[in-house]
Design a protein around this ligand. Structure first.
Ligand code: HAM
Length: 425
């Protein structure tokens, strides 16, 4: 137990963490360009927020939440998603009283007690955005375009954007009635969960993962058949804007999302080739959520993209993220030279912004050179007793295996110049 992490979690080790940092930096850059500002909310919230926000009948609330009573006997839940917390923060901090729309983004861990498998974890990470205060269909298109732009910058250009309209409270009763009529004769064949869903929320039957229910739902009426004129118009305009932006997409009239707050536009982004968990991101409009959380009737829209699945998709497509890490210079000290000499030089290099390191385990000169090679440094500075007496050190280019003597006082200037050349060349 002591040396085993909980199921469904991961350690992000050096070597891997640089990929994460890179993806997070791209997310932050894209967000800034599209006018989003970062928000950080707590990792845990009052359970009620998710019950109300995400929906009582969803898999997330029914069986996937990490919920516990704290020492003050409050019911607390580790956030399973970011939308409800951001809505809560928007209302609590009265961001709705300022100029609208408010565009926010977040990156962070989410928690769901799901069955772990490739691409599905119990602690996973999302990059998400939420926009509050506009109904405009251009915004729906912009949010989707932004997600695709983000993937594109990572080199993921073959992802599929699936779009649907899931209607609004006006069309829902019609869909509900049609679905109940369709499933009534099949009730006995549905799984236990779907039999419950039949009364409470028959739309969720369309999202059932069991093969049997999926088969029975194949001929079911779609939401598209029941959209009210307003939803139809909105969806038509969203698609028009997507076309104007040149964003290719597939209309998937069977697309329903696993969270109850969606209205109008809903979308998912799929990465073929990464296995069963191919949805690398999803989102949509939620025009009723802010009101359901106790706020005014303000519309919202957003997405969340799973970072682990993005990494899987990058690996599956052999897209390497090459990031320089570790020191670029290693200070090698010959046996008779006091370590203090090396230590002092190290300080000077670092003060000049050069990533440098030295040995702290008493390695021989040869072993230090070997270790420097393993670290992948570009240059070594070798401090030998005889050279130092002449006020010199040896500068070795590890790539070309060439070396020359330079004056001790020139080391920082010389290395700064060489590293600058390496960067530009
Ligand atoms: P979601 O579809 O539940 O939506 O999650 C979004 C993405 O998070 C998924 O497409 C997937 O990439 C990733 N994800 C979900 N669960 C897991 C898991 N167990 N392991 C690894 N990755 C996972 C939401 O969370 C909504 N809050 C999105 C949204 C924002 N809608 C509007 N605004």
């Amino acid at each position: 137990m002591l040396t085993t992490r909980p199921r469904g979690t991961a350690d992000i080790l050096p070597g891997q963490v640089e990929k994460w940092r890179y993806i997070e930096n791209v997310a932050a850059a894209v967000s800034r360009e599209y006018g989003y500002r970062e928000i950080r909310t707590p990792v845990f919230e009052h359970t009620e927020l998710f019950v109300r926000g995400v929906g009582e009948d969803t898999d997330i609330v029914e069986k996937e939440m990490y919920t516990f009573r704290d020492r003050g006997d409050r019911s607390i839940t580790l956030r399973p998603e970011g939308t409800a917390p951001v809505v809560r923060a928007y209302l609590e901090n009265k961001l709705h009283t300022g100029p609208q729309p408010v565009k926010l983004y977040y990156i962070g861990p989410m928690f769901r007690y799901d069955r772990p498998q490739a691409g599905r974890y119990r602690q996973f990470h999302q990059f998400g955005v939420e926009v509050f205060g506009s109904h405009h269909p251009a915004l729906d298109a912009e949010v989707m375009a932004m997600a695709m732009d983000f993937y594109g910058r990572l080199g993921l250009n073959d992802l599929e954007l699936h779009v649907n309209s899931v209607g609004c409270p006006n069309c829902r009763p019609v869909v509900r009635q049609k679905l109940q009529e369709y499933f009534r004769p099949k009730l006995g064949e549905l799984c236990v969960n779907c039999r419950n869903r039949y009364e409470r929320n028959p739309l969720r039957i369309l999202d059932c993962k069991s093969e049997r229910c999926a088969g029975l739902a194949r001929e079911a009426p779609t939401i598209a058949d029941c959209l009210c004129p307003e939803c139809e118009k909105h969806f038509h305009e969203v698609r028009q804007y997507l076309q104007d932006l040149g964003i290719s997409h597939v209309v998937d009239t069977r697309l329903v999302r696993g969270l109850d707050y969606y209205t109008h536009t809903a979308f998912e982004i799929m990465a073929p080739g990464i296995g069963a968990q191919s949805s690398v991101g999803g989102g949509g409009r939620y025009n009723g959520l802010i009101e359901a959380c106790g706020g005014p009737p303000i519309p919202g829209i957003g997405f969340a993209l799973g970072i682990e699945r993005i990494i899987l998709a990058l690996e599956n497509r052999n897209k390497a993220i090459v990031i320089e890490t570790g020191p670029t210079v290693f200070v090698v000290i010959a046996g008779d030279v006091p370590a203090r000499e090396g230590f002092a030089l190290l300080g000077k290099l670092r003060a000049a912004g050069i990533a440098a390191d030295m040995d702290y385990t008493g390695r021989s000169l040869k072993a230090q050179m070997k270790y420097a090679g393993k670290l992948g440094v570009r240059f070594t500075i070798i401090l030998g007793g005889e050279e130092l007496q002449r006020g010199c050190v040896v500068l070795r280019d590890m790539k070309t295996a060439s070396q020359r003597e330079i004056g001790v006082s020139e080391v920082v200037r010389e290395l700064s110049g060489l590293l600058e050349q390496c960067k530009s060349g």
